[in-house]
Design a protein around this ligand. Structure first.
Ligand SMILES: [Zn+2]
Length: 1107
């Protein structure tokens, strides 16, 4: 039903398309909107309400919280006989249509399965753990009360190991292009080959610590004032709204605070920087003042094109990293204002590029920085929200690329969320014939394909092969050689679009079923005692009504299931026909199976009453548990088996509290050992302690089983190992150390809501095709790879990013440039199989200067950080750090040698586009993964390592160089943010209050001399000393300053994919040490160099390379 077969009836895309989110699109060529110019691109302009995400964006954007349900489910109606602590009554009587919950002995003939469960298959209430279930023979149907399942079906449930043949078929569709199929450098599926080590983590009792208490002393810790929790980058405890402070949060979390607003709230932007530009605010120093006589260009005002930055090293001492005694001052102190300022660069870009939309029609355009708020108009290349590159001008030859050492990489976020003003990719339906592709390389039809012979054939822009145009796709060419339907077809005129996939693109040549979400809750002692179990159950009651849904669908197609576990697993039958949920316990965790098929995965609306009843009862059932041990791998296996049985993809939401030490597959031991830091064995801390989870991840990927893991540790739980499956299935990990209901529930609930609701695709396979001459050689992110070209993700959400590196295998030409085509095959949340295509055209150059003029340092840092963070799995951290420094020195030396105008050999000259490379590189080098301070735990490092690997460019930017805002400079009458300042202690005034955020934490720093009135207004106390740093939220005060600050915090929270923990820091308080960790231009306690020192060091390295 390709609507595009119609004749050209008007300007393209002019008609609102209510159908995008559904899949029935009326037409691309509709009538033009009034007021929309009739130019060829006119239809892209102006308001297009029809293309915007439907309001309210029910499926995805948790902007408004959760309105309470109109009709709370009455649990009393059918619970007359219900004992409060039990699920149903033993042998609950069948209700209409429900299978008789089999008494162990008597089964109707043909229901052999039940005889396997004699010892308590249908368990009611808690004691069932004493009744181990045996795995029935594979041929035994498990379906109670219904026809036995055919043997063959069941047997497939047991299947482990290699993906079914259908997966291969699938790949064949994605494959076909040979440029990527070299044997060279098959990227290891992130994290292979792992070792073990003992642990030195201090034993911790299960009791959570009081909020203000310092973290547990770590062996060898010499830090003066311990931080509140031992993880600077991701500390626990968000603001609990006062109304939720209790242990029993009211059922609808609704009215409280909604999750963060949509993804791209207006960002007024930093105002003009007061003190960040070179040479300002330091007294008169027009060009470095006297300190840098040889640096005439450095202080020149920003203007096109700024000359290279120069420092005269003859007057700059070049201290070795880490060698300076803390207080030693260089002979000639370098003025920090005289070295490149991130704030200034951000500000300049915002001023120069923030006002105009970024139109993607031109090849090789460098987009505005990620810190600039701009709109994108797709005119043939993918938006930078989907793809960013380290350089938009690629060297023509590999020699040139090697000479420059500039990595060629693209950071791809295939399902990125767009601001409401921008148009979602159109869905193109070519009917049964499917998308038109190149015969040889299988590239998809795109704007760069060249139609020839009157339109009867087209030449591939990637491999030059000529392919016949299928009859249904034929169209005449106009006098310029362009198809006359060019603007009617997204795939001919846009950089990003989707194709509806045919059955050929589906596993087993069968259209997929809608996915399922399975919630798997740890009900061991710690989880119950902290109130976590109750919190999760309460939240799910309302959250289940906000599952992702497609377009205009009335309700989500996603089915849900529930499991609880400690040492054993409890499955729940929540079939709508049951009066009460039924529990089935599997205590044989060695060989996990799912004891029920029918009634495990259900539609939320149909089973509403039973689910509500279950969620009410779970906290009660386990209220008195003494069980402290947990299993972990069997939990994932159970979810995987359930999805296999249901023949669908899906996501597991696992809420887990402790190291899984109970006897079971995947059992772990505590092998944490901080003594390994800075040794050759440090890498083992990042490696899983067993390969078991790698194999499990592989099985999960084959089934499309994505795992999201919420961790609530009170001590070491081996994130490096537990994270393997989430990581390789495209899932997410969230960590709330020392979880306390009061301070952490708000942050956790916000994360959970967003995680459950966000846009996600399943069973995804991504392939990046390139012009002949370069090919994708390496991949970084949360995924699995079974060959060298296809990135497989059981799940892929709107926040996940894949960084792809390219290498030359031939020459490129300046004329034709270089093309990238990213094709993502995935199953939508409604079960629709789709292909999302992103195309990007880059320039190619024979002059190095062109390369350096078109680089993007933020993207470069994204790549370098991911490259380094993977490196720590196999190399000593010092080796990784040295390699990073060396590569960047080579990049800058190559520029100095080949591109800079002749000048004193002693000058440091940085390319304009890379003048922030040293400062940002230093931030990567001193990050917790590469240079941990004493307060950073092994789990923190593993956690951060995995988080960064999936980050997009905006996230790595703020993570490595946090945003620091003087709150007391905020204009309470305006919507804008105060101008950001540089991350250095000397920028802080003791009379001001500042906010610092890095995407994981928000700090509010209060100077000792802040006016009492401000303190009163913001904190509601009368003096500095009365401010409690145990606050996890700012009190709600009715005054303009309080409102302004809270709105800034809310706005920033809304811009990040995770809810950030808020920490109040008082100047000179012991918590300040934690805060200073993020002042990244300063020397760090862990030995990281200051920006000035590092710049000198880099200069020395560059000079050595040049001499
Ligand atoms: Zn081709």
């Amino acid at each position: 039903m390709s609507v595009n077969q119609q004749a050209h009836t008007g300007p393209p895309y002019g008609q609102p398309q209510p159908g995008y989110q559904g899949y029935q699109q009326p037409a691309y060529g509709g009538q033009s909107l009034p007021g929309v110019p009739q130019s060829q691109y006119g239809a892209y302009n102006g308001p297009m309400p029809g293309y915007q995400q439907p309001v309210p964006p029910q499926g995805y954007f948790p902007s408004l919280g959760f309105p309470s349900k109109g009709s709370p489910v009455s649990l009393n109606s059918d619970t007359s006989s219900l004992a409060p602590n039990f699920i149903g009554s033993l042998r609950a009587p069948p209700t209409s249509g429900a299978p008789p919950p089999a008494s162990g002995a008597s089964h109707p003939s043909g229901h052999l399965a039940y005889s396997q469960f004699e010892h308590g298959d249908v368990q009611n209430g808690i004691p069932a753990s004493a009744a181990p279930m045996q795995r029935p023979p594979a041929s035994q149907p498990f379906l109670p009360g219904s026809a036995p399942t055919p043997v063959s079906q069941i047997s497939t449930f047991q299947q482990y190991g290699p993906p079914p043949a259908s997966v291969q078929q699938l790949r064949n569709h994605m494959a076909g292009m040979t440029i990527g199929s070299t044997a060279a450098s098959a990227p290891p599926p992130a994290g292979l080959g792992y070792g073990v080590g003992p642990s030195s983590y201090p034993p911790t009792t299960g009791a959570p610590r009081p909020p203000a208490m310092p973290g547990p002393p770590l062996p060898g810790q010499t830090v003066a004032g311990p931080p509140p929790s031992s993880q600077p980058n991701h500390v626990s405890s968000p603001p609990p709204p006062s109304s939720m402070a209790g242990l029993h949060p009211g059922p609808p979390m609704s009215g409280l605070h909604g999750p963060p607003p949509p993804t791209h709230p207006p960002q007024p932007g930093y105002q003009m920087q007061q003190n960040g530009s070179f040479g300002q605010m330091r007294g008169p120093q027009p060009n470095y003042g006297g300190a840098y006589p040889g640096a005439p260009n450095y202080g020149s005002p920003p203007g096109p094109p700024p000359p290279p930055k120069r420092l005269d090293p003859d007057s700059i001492p070049s201290p070795q990293l880490n060698e300076l005694p803390p207080q030693q001052k260089p002979r000639h102190r370098i003025d920090p204002d005289a070295i490149p300022s991130p704030i200034q660069v951000i500000e300049d870009d915002r001023n120069n590029r923030g006002s105009e939309p970024f139109v993607t029609g031109v090849r090789g355009q460098v987009p505005p920085l990620v810190t600039t708020n701009f709109l994108v108009k797709d005119q043939g290349n993918a938006s930078p929200r989907y793809i960013r590159c380290t350089s938009y001008n690629i060297p023509c030859t590999s020699d040139m690329a090697k000479q420059s050492q500039v990595p060629l990489a693209a950071v791809i976020k295939p399902l990125a969320t767009l601001p409401p003003e921008e148009t979602l990719p159109y869905l193109v339906d070519h009917g049964e014939s499917g998308p038109v592709r190149c015969n040889r390389c299988k590239a998809y039809m795109c704007p760069f394909m060249q139609f020839i012979e009157g339109g009867r054939r087209f030449q591939c822009c990637f491999c030059s092969c000529v392919t016949e145009v299928p009859p249904h796709y034929f169209q005449h060419l106009d006098h310029t050689g362009k198809r006359v339907d060019f603007y009617d077809r997204p795939e001919l005129s846009l950089g990003s679009y989707e194709f509806l996939a045919t059955v050929d693109y589906c596993k087993n040549n069968k259209f997929p079923s809608p996915p399922a979400f399975i919630f798997m809750i740890d009900v061991s002692y710690n989880a119950v005692k902290s109130g976590l179990v109750r919190l999760i159950c309460e939240e799910l009651k309302s959250l289940l009504d906000y599952l992702p849904r497609e377009g205009n669908m009335e309700e989500s197609a996603i089915r849900v299931g529930f499991v609880t576990y400690n040492k054993v697993l409890h499955f729940y039958n929540v079939k709508s026909s049951l009066a009460q949920p039924q529990m089935m316990v599997v205590s044989d965790v060695a060989d996990m199976f799912v004891p029920l098929l029918d009634g495990f995965l259900v539609n939320v609306n149909e089973s509403r009453t039973v689910i509500a009843s279950l969620l009410d009862q779970i906290p009660e059932m386990f209220a008195d548990t003494r069980e402290t041990e947990t299993v972990f791998a069997p939990v994932i296996q159970a979810g995987l088996e359930a999805l296999k049985a249901a023949e669908c993809a899906g996501k597991l939401f696992i809420f887990h509290t402790s190291l899984p030490i109970a006897e079971a597959p995947g059992k772990l031991k505590n092998r944490d050992d901080r003594k390994l830091i800075n040794t050759d064995k440090e890498k083992t801390l990042f490696q899983p302690q067993t390969s078991f989870y790698n194999n499990l991840a592989k099985d999960c990927v084959a089934q499309g089983c994505c795992v999201d893991l919420f961790l609530f540790p009170n001590q070491y739980l081996d994130v490096a190992t537990l994270g393997v499956v989430p990581y390789q299935t495209g899932g997410s990990i969230y960590k709330y150390a020392y979880f306390q209901l009061e301070t952490d529930q708000y942050r956790f609930l916000n994360d959970l809501r967003r995680d459950v609701q966000k846009e996600v695709g399943f069973d995804a396979v991504m392939r990046v095709r390139t012009s002949t001459g370069i090919r994708a050689t390496d991949f970084f992110g949360a995924f699995y790879m079974s060959n060298t070209t296809d990135v497989e993700m059981a799940g892929l959400d709107c926040d996940k990013t894949i960084t792809v590196e390219f290498k030359h295998d031939d020459k490129l030409s300046e004329d034709s440039g270089a093309l990238l085509q990213c094709a993502l095959l995935y199953t939508s949340c409604a079960g629709q199989r789709r292909l999302r295509i992103h195309n990007l055209s880059l320039n190619c150059c024979t002059q190095l200067a062109d390369l350096y003029r078109n680089c993007e340092t933020d993207t470069l840092i994204n790549y370098l950080a991911k490259y380094a963070y993977r490196g720590v799995l196999s190399s000593p951290v010092k080796t990784v750090r040295d390699a990073l420094i060396n590569q960047c020195a080579q990049i800058l030396a190559c520029y100095r040698k080949n591109c800079a105008s002749p000048s004193s050999a002693g000058q440091l000259i940085l390319p304009e586009c890379m003048k922030l490379l040293p400062v940002y590189l230093n931030c990567v080098l001193k990050s917790d993964v590469l240079q941990p301070g004493p307060e950073v735990t092994t789990d923190d490092r593993a956690y951060i390592r995995q988080l960064v690997t999936s980050m997009d460019v905006a996230e790595t930017n703020v993570f490595f160089y946090p945003r620091l805002l003087p709150l007391t400079k905020a204009d309470v009458d305006s919507d804008s943010l105060p101008a950001a300042i540089r991350n250095s202690e000397e920028r802080l005034s003791k009379g001001d209050i500042y906010l610092l955020e890095n995407g994981l934490n928000v700090f509010v720093w209060v100077g000792v001399s802040v006016q009492q009135g401000l303190i009163q207004n913001l904190f509601g106390v009368s003096s500095f000393s009365q401010i409690s740093n145990a606050l996890s939220t700012l009190p709600v005060m009715e005054n303009p300053f309080s409102k302004k600050v809270r709105s800034i915090v809310d706005m920033i929270q809304g811009q990040r994919s995770r809810y950030m923990k808020l920490i109040i820091v008082k100047q000179e308080d012991k918590l300040e040490m934690l805060f200073k960790h993020f002042l990244v231009e300063d020397k760090s306690l862990s030995g990281g160099a200051s920006y000035v020192d590092f710049l000198c060091h880099m200069h020395k390295e560059i000079r050595q390379l040049l001499s």
